[in-house]
Design a protein around this ligand. Structure first.
Ligand code: FAD
Length: 327
């Protein structure tokens, strides 16, 4: 058994001070971190419970955006009237995740930092996992890799990011607000999660001890939106492939499109080339197919997951058509 200390904090300064202790980790609802501790994957020496910090509100920003506090539960974020009205994509993505019980507990900050569901990361019986133990290798490369990445992977790690919410936030161009001992900063969503490269143990560009305080959403004209999640079970399962599609339409012509993919890379994958191919066009089948093909250009399948290349393209077509009210 690993012993650890625990403290609950109610102000940011205490949280940051406690987090500076060696081996410290912030604790949200614990639905991911405690699981990982029970399995021996994570072994923090000190837990800093941040659930009482004053970041459990959703409020409008002056220029028309929305600020979602890091301690807002996934359920509260999904059901908030302003989220549902202005960012239906985010509400749908949140509701596609986990189960009602988990969503009632899980925090927005914790959701962003949940760790990969790669079998070899989760099971310490496997010696090789560069994410869990840097330099030990990647058992998934030659192992069971049906759920793994087809884009942006490296020979060090082919794990995927598991969050549904994160895929919608990528499409919506969110900003993550963080506080550290050196002050406050805002991280553009595209720069928040990382591709694995040679350092797959680092999931994000957060510095050690930095606390997520909120997620900001810019004003959105993308009223037509759909989050499509393809998974092995209808509930309580992570995405094999997911698509966050949002459209700004002028008649039947796309003025602008946003497409992000989940389940295919180490971070939510923004399909910018596909967005460009849809802009200014009517949603004809050949246009949709070309955009979907562009989204998976350069995909590198492994032994068990080539099906994701086709699945992702079909999911993009269906998500965009559904967002546009065509399906
Ligand atoms: C059975 C099961 C099924 C699931 N299915 C899905 C699914 O389909 N889709 C999906 O998206 N998710 C799914 N999840 C994951 C779930 O969404 C996450 O476990 C949850 O969102 C994590 O939030 P938390 O508050 O419990 O985080 P915690 O477990 O408390 O923390 C997670 C990580 O975030 C860090 N952290 C927490 N808060 C902060 C903060 N404010 N600042 C900095 N660091 C912080 C912690 O140190 C830790 O590293 C599932 C989980 C389970 C157990």
């Amino acid at each position: 058994m690993n012993s650890f200390s625990y403290i609950q904090v109610s102000d940011v300064e205490s949280a940051l001070r406690e987090a500076a202790r060696p081996g410290s980790r912030f604790l949200g609802a614990g639905t991911n971190l405690l699981d990982l501790m029970k399995g021996g994957v994570e072994r923090p020496a000190h837990l800093v419970d941040v659930t009482r910090l004053p970041f459990a509100e959703i409020r409008e920003l002056p220029e028309g955006g929305l600020r979602i506090g890091a301690m807002v539960s996934n359920s509260a974020a999904a059901s908030h009237p302003l989220v549902r009205a202005r960012y239906p994509l985010l509400s749908q993505a949140l509701l596609a995740g986990a189960s009602p019980q988990l969503r009632n507990m899980a925090t927005v900050g914790g959701n962003l930092l949940q760790r990969t569901r790669c079998h070899y990361f989760y099971d310490t019986a496997f010696a090789a996992c560069n994410k869990r133990k840097p330099g030990s290798g990647c058992a998934a490369l030659e192992g069971e890799n049906r759920i793994h990445a087809i884009l942006g992977a490296s020979e060090s790690c082919i794990a995927v990011h598991p969050s549904d919410m994160a895929v919608a936030l990528a499409a919506l161009d969110a900003t993550v607000r963080v506080r550290g001992l050196k002050g406050e900063r805002a991280i553009a969503y595209a720069d928040f999660h990382r591709l694995p490269g040679e350092t797959p143990q680092r999931d994000t560009n957060l510095a050690q001890g930095e606390l997520i305080t909120a997620v900001d959403l810019p004003p959105s004209a993308f009223s037509k939106a759909f989050y499509l999640k393809v998974r092995d079970r209808a509930s309580y399962a992570f995405a094999l492939v997911s698509v966050a599609a949002a459209l700004e339409l002028e008649g039947d012509t796309v003025r602008a499109a946003r497409i992000a993919l989940g389940g295919i890379a180490h971070k939510p994958w923004r399909a910018e080339r596909a967005e460009e191919l849809l802009a200014g066009k009517r949603l004809e089948p050949h246009t949709l197919r070309a955009a979907a093909a562009a989204a998976v250009e350069g995909a590198k399948p492994r032994r068990d997951n080539a099906f994701k290349i086709t699945l992702a393209q079909r999911a993009i077509v269906r998500a965009v058509q559904t967002a546009a009210g065509m399906a």
